[in-house]
Design a protein around this ligand. Structure first.
Ligand code: ZN
Length: 537
């Protein structure tokens, strides 16, 4: 979770749940993850299996970072995250034992050339994993049908039953994420199929097929691999077995592979390079970024009071998906976003980039969204409307879940790198709580807060610049640690008032808070009428 040295993959992972139970099929949720973009494969430790994670047909963190990245340890697996088309010159299929392709709700097509290439590669011994959920119009079926497999639109019905497939060795159970609904598979053609998992009515959930010298596995559910609930642990052995089985021909012979492959096209925009693959060259989001990037940057500078000093130098327009990520230097945006959604995600991720190299704990994702909502307000029109709606939604959930603002513990995620599933409204309520805390300290919170705890104002009153002071302090703090104690500490200095007791009063767990040290810092920064931190960075 560290940016400054960009050593390893950052596994902070957040999802804004949409209200609908089918949130996983919609683009209305935001995934946010912070991954090391281009860590060079300067050293290539001994390992057995090379994996290519294709992100050009669907932008997902299931396979590139959060899920498989957790189980598939480096002594066995090396992987390349690729946003390039499979036919790009940079993607060399012969360097891989396993290729993973996921498609959830994207309509990005597979070209005939890509399908031919993959078929030939599998026939010659490669191992292909395809996962997703069937839709009426579902491009992944163009590829799957080449192997006699179809993703149907029939939902799977848990509980699941494991067959006596060798892949199930030492696997006790197969689970998918609560709220995620997979779809059954059907098979046809010349045999060689073996079901791996059935649902409760003997619908096929997962199936293997021997194809030429190679192997195909299809799973009608992608959440099994990045399941944010306890099923992640449940499926660990299953995922491990599956990848080992697919890679057993060892075609790539342990060659060194890059950590990632960027999309094959690029354009310069305001000194920032925008990368995009042939797959998304006609999407409206390219034009949106070209037209608005400069203004978004200016608005974030105004809102945060800091400049983007960490060389945010490129944007990857990823395969479809309504989500984004930031690593500081790189921001990734799902190409499916348009209009206010695009502004929201892009501003959120840029706000993280501004914030680097200090890693944002979970408590910072809502702050990034608060920044992005304020960018939306500055843009006006439909953007302001969407920002207002976002604000209203988080607010409504907060008021319902934590009506007095005293019970929902915002420190909950800190120190814990794993994402724990929780109901969408609780998640949004948690974000609303950060909005309310900032708004309460600034005196700008504009919704109904009757009956809610209020932060007493400091007599120094730097309230209007609270957020700017917070961001400046955070950047100045060389020893910044991503803990709730530090966030409360910096908000306290920004507000010129020790907020320890106030945060306790609103249900925040603070364990290692040094009251005396914070008082001293407040003395230093707030001794004059013009707090020192106010200086421009
Ligand atoms: Zn975020």
């Amino acid at each position: 979770m560290i940016y400054a040295t960009m050593v390893k993959i950052n596994r902070i992972f957040t999802r804004i749940f949409a209200y609908s139970a089918i949130f996983l099929l919609s683009s209305a949720f935001i995934l946010s993850v912070h991954a090391d973009p281009n860590a060079a494969t300067s050293s290539c430790p001994a390992h057995e299996i090379n994996m290519l994670i294709d992100l050009s047909h669907e932008f997902t963190f299931m396979y590139d970072t959060f899920g498989a990245g957790e189980y598939l340890k480096e002594d066995t697996f090396q992987k390349t995250n690729s946003h390039a088309s499979l036919t790009s010159n940079d993607v060399k299929l012969q360097n891989y034992d396993v290729i993973v392709i996921n498609q959830l709700d994207s309509n990005i097509e597979f070209s005939d050339k890509e399908i031919d290439l993959l078929e030939k590669w599998v026939r010659n011994g490669g191992g292909l994993l395809i996962t997703g959920k069937g839709l009426q119009t579902y491009p992944l079926n163009e590829l799957a049908s080449r192997f006699g497999i179809t993703f149907t639109t029939d939902p799977v019905v848990p509980p699941f039953k494991l067959t006596d497939h060798e892949l199930n060795t030492d696997v006790g159970k197969f689970e998918i994420n609560t709220g995620s609904i997979g779809t059954r598979l059907s098979v046809s053609g010349d045999g060689g199929y073996k079901p791996i998992v059935f649902d409760s009515q003997n619908g096929i959930v997962a199936v293997s097929k021997i194809f030429g010298s190679g192997f195909v596995i299809a799973v009608g559910e992608d959440e099994f691999i990045a399941n944010p609930s306890q099923a992640e642990v449940v499926n660990h052995q299953f995922v491990f077995n599956l990848m080992k089985w697919l890679g057993k021909n060892r075609l790539a012979k342990g060659r060194c592979i890059p950590d990632r492959i960027l999309p094959e096209n690029k354009i310069m925009q305001e000194e920032i390079t925008l990368y995009y693959s042939d797959k998304v060259k006609n999407v409206p989001s390219i034009q949106f970024i070209k037209e608005n990037l400069l203004r978004i940057n200016i608005e974030i500078e105004k809102i945060t009071g800091i400049k983007n000093e960490f060389q945010m130098s490129f944007i990857v327009l990823a395969g479809a998906g309504g989500s984004g990520y930031s690593t500081g230097q790189e921001v990734g945006i799902g190409s499916k976003n348009t209009g206010p959604d695009m502004l929201g995600v892009l501003s959120h991720e840029l706000a993280h980039s501004f914030d680097n190299p200090n890693p944002p704990p979970e408590m910072m994702h809502p702050v990034a969204s608060l920044v992005s909502d304020r960018v939306g307000l500055a843009f006006g029109g439909e953007y302001a409307k969407a920002a207002d709606l976002s604000f209203q939604n988080t607010h409504d959930n907060l008021k319902r879940i934590d009506p007095h603002g005293t019970s929902l513990d915002i420190s909950r995620y800190n120190g814990d790198t794993s994402f724990v599933a929780e109901p969408g409204d609780v998640h949004e309520g948690r974000w609303g709580k950060m909005y309310w805390i900032v708004g309460s300290l600034e005196g700008t919170y504009k919704f109904d807060t009757s009956g809610m705890y209020h932060f007493p104002k400091s007599n120094k009153e730097p309230a209007k610049e609270l957020l700017q002071r917070y961001f400046r302090l955070k950047r100045q703090d060389k020893n910044y640690q991503s803990t709730p104690e530090n966030i409360v500490r910096l908000f306290s200095i920004a507000a010129c008032k020790n907020l320890y007791q106030d945060f306790l009063n609103i249900g925040t767990t603070l364990i290692h808070y040094d009251n005396a040290a914070v008082d001293k810092e407040i003395g230093i920064h707030c001794s004059s009428g013009d707090p020192k931190v106010r200086g421009s960075q």
